[in-house]
Design a binder for this molecule. Structure first.
Ligand code: G4P
Length: 195
């Protein structure tokens, strides 16, 4: 997606050979018109998939997921990482280890909001090692829901998550795939669509 790549080049800050900071439009301040464009692009790519629900994970997955849900006319559920006063029982839970942050979070989704009739699109902001996506697919398996695919705003193609998830037969649509952050330069792979 050209406008997204332009934004990444213009505003992204390379913090190391593996970490890109995009706090000005995705992870802290949010750019609503860009999020709308991102949501519309996911909606186009998954238009024929029969999506009934979008599943994301707090916090930065929520904005792009919301915009896709608005376009597709389906509800958006986000997995919670923290315990909630109102969300204690009747939960699907999974454990997600972050290699980037070196921490493990239990994520939860209420059984009220996903069931075996759902066809679900997972949306997240970053795909690095794929652990968040694995946790979300585990929750869908527990619910007996069907996974239609995964929509990612920025995939770090030099890390293992994208390959692992595609190799398991899951459709992954990433709007920008970074091939390298070496020496402070942001480089992209050409867009690929793998079904
Ligand atoms: P994985 O799910 O693909 O295995 O990712 P990983 O554990 O490596 O990433 C953990 C957190 O770090 C996630 O955010 C992810 O979005 C974020 N992250 C990973 N690599 C980058 C990067 O290069 N740049 C930025 N900006 N973020 C990165 P999170 O903890 O869920 O945070 P948030 O959603 O609450 O913002």
């Amino acid at each position: 997606m050209k406008s997204l790549k332009n934004k990444i080049v213009k505003e992204g800050k390379v913090l190391s050979n593996t970490v890109l900071k995009v706090d000005s439009f995705l992870n802290h301040q949010i750019d609503p018109p860009l999020m709308k464009e991102i949501g519309d692009e996911f909606a186009v790519r998954f238009a024929d998939a029969g999506i009934t629900k979008i599943l994301s994970i707090e916090s930065s997955g929520i904005a792009p997921a919301m915009m896709a849900g608005l376009n597709l006319g389906v509800p958006v559920v986000f997995a919670r990482k923290r315990k909630s006063v109102t969300l204690k029982d009747n939960l699907f839970t999974s454990s997600v280890h972050s290699f980037t942050k070196n921490e493990t979070n239990d994520i939860s989704v209420s059984k009220e909001f996903i069931d075996e009739d759902d066809v679900v699109l997972i949306i997240d902001d970053f795909l690095a090692n794929g652990q968040a996506v694995l946790g979300l697919t585990d929750i869908l398996d527990q619910a007996g829901a069907k996974l239609a695919g995964v929509g990612i705003v920025i995939e770090k193609g030099f890390q293992s998550g994208g390959k692992m998830i595609r190799n398991s037969g899951i459709r992954v649509e990433s709007l920008a795939i970074i091939s390298s952050l070496q020496n402070g330069n942001i480089e992209f792979f050409e867009e690929v669509t793998v079904s």
